[in-house]
Ligand binder design. Structure first.
Ligand SMILES: [Fe+2]
Length: 459
């Protein structure tokens, strides 16, 4: 397990100046976005820096849903100024941009793609020392304050990719629940959806002992190790908090108890998925947000079309878990129960549809957009969405439970009830199949990468 140091509590932001002083920092970069630079969390950080005599410069040009270009702008800014520490105040976009800036300023002769995940980048391990980075999250979704992952849109290919290395995880995360009170309700909902999927995906990811081959050197062990007994604890606990508090946090801006708990759940789920990994909801979300046409999410003050990350992951979740349940049906039932389903008489083969139904109900209660059609996609977009998903198999999301290579795929007829339709992911529940095959069959991506076939699980 790798995780940042974490400090939690109302008002801990005030200590950031002292922390930097204790680290011996003399020249600090405060990174944020334009919106937030006018809001209390940034003001609180600046007050603490001034009070403790810390020299700092503000970079407030972080892009919400960052791109390779916006990362490079931040990198150029920091490279010129020899900062000896960083403070990132914001959501995942800000924390991720700051991680990348710290990395490339510490490795000034590297090309941008050197550390980017393969196959888009070279995926080189990080062996240079980085400067301290303190992350102050202001949303409750990404858990980026705990992880060594930085995600961005790679514009030349219109796909999301990232940098994943334990070396870039923040030195310290200051989790201050007071910052959650400024969030509009859709931001709370969408970031909560991200927590929900982090927890569900990491708990149902391929178990660590089923991954192969074993890296020949620990430095090449990926950050995402597959589900394991330690990350499971964090994932399940985060899910329980989501079940108990997300609706309250969305509906009542003043519900400090609910918003505080969601702020913690974001970090807990981050610890879980930052070590276990995520799978299909995240893998498919990247083209969903990357290929956005005109959709502009409510409550987001940005000048470009935007499908917020949490929304882009959750829309496919009913279809994804219908599909993945055959791999670990007990875990799918367990999570459905945590989210409110009565599973006392449930049959194991129905685990997928039960979790999918439970998710649909949970999401409708939170006024989620009604499937991919509601955010501007039609059936004609499916080939492009599939094409944008496939590179993710090899990138940050190596913990896929079902999409795996098999030396001798055996073609079998596709069961007619196994046709998850992502366009209907958020749509009302139709009649569900009640007789899933549960006979050790596994789907694999075929050579052309565009259609699925069935093969036997090797183990
Ligand atoms: Fe996420």
């Amino acid at each position: 397990m790798a995780v940042s140091n974490i400090r939690y509590g109302a008002g801990v932001t005030k200590e950031v100046g002292m922390d930097l002083q204790n680290m011996g920092a003399k020249n600090v970069c405060l990174m944020t976005d334009k919106n937030l630079s006018q809001l209390p969390p940034v003001q609180m950080v600046m007050d603490s820096l001034v009070k403790n005599g810390i020299n700092f410069k503000v970079y407030n040009n972080v892009r919400v849903e960052p791109t390779d270009r916006s990362f490079m702008e931040a990198i150029e800014f920091v490279k010129k100024r020899a900062f000896d520490a960083y403070v990132a105040v914001g959501g995942g976009s800000t924390m991720d941009t700051c991680k990348a800036a710290n990395l490339y300023a510490s490795s000034p002769h590297s090309d941008f793609l050197d550390y980017v995940n393969a196959p888009i980048g070279k995926g080189k391990p990080v062996s240079v020392p980085l400067k301290p980075l303190i992350a102050v999250p202001t949303t409750s979704g990404t858990g980026s304050e705990t992880t060594g992952v930085a995600i961005f849109d790679y514009e030349p290919l219109k796909v999301k990719t990232g940098i994943a290395s334990r070396a870039i995880k923040p030195t310290l995360g200051l989790i201050d629940p007071l910052h959650t009170l400024h969030m509009p309700d859709r931001v709370v909902a969408n970031s909560g959806f991200d927590v929900l999927c982090h927890a569900l995906e990491s708990y149902t990811a391929l178990p660590y002992h089923m991954r192969s081959p074993c890296p020949s050197n620990p430095i090449t062990r990926p950050a995402y190790q597959g589900s394991n007994p330690i990350s499971d604890i964090w994932a399940v606990h985060a899910l329980r908090i989501v079940a108990k508090y997300l609706k309250r946090a969305v509906r009542n801006p003043d519900d400090l108890e609910a918003r505080s708990n969601m702020h913690l759940a974001s970090a807990f789920a981050g610890i879980g998925f930052g070590n276990a990994g995520v799978h299909l909801c995240h893998g498919m979300s990247y083209p969903i947000s990357g290929l956005v046409k005109t959709y502009k999410a409510k409550d987001y003050n940005v000048d470009h079309p935007l499908v917020p990350h949490g929304l882009s992951v959750v829309l496919t979740s009913p279809a994804v878990f219908t599909f993945t349940a055959q791999m670990s049906p007990e875990r799918h039932l367990e999570t459905a129960e945590i989210l409110g389903a009565d599973t006392r008489t449930a049959r194991i083969p129905d685990a997928g549809p039960i979790l999918a139904d439970t998710l649909r109900k949970f999401l409708f209660d939170l006024d989620v957009d009604d499937g991919l059609a509601a955010i501007g996609y039609s059936k004609a977009d499916i080939p492009a969405l599939v094409k944008g998903t496939l590179p993710q198999v090899n990138i940050a999301h190596a913990a896929l439970p079902l999409m795996t290579s098999n030396p001798k795929p055996r073609q079998l007829p596709r069961p007619s009830h196994q046709t998850p339709d992502p366009l209907g992911a958020g749509a009302e529940a139709g009649p569900h199949p009640r007789h899933h095959h549960h006979n050790g069959l596994q789907e694999v991506v075929s050579g052309d990468g565009l259609h699925f076939e069935w093969a036997e699980i090797a183990s």
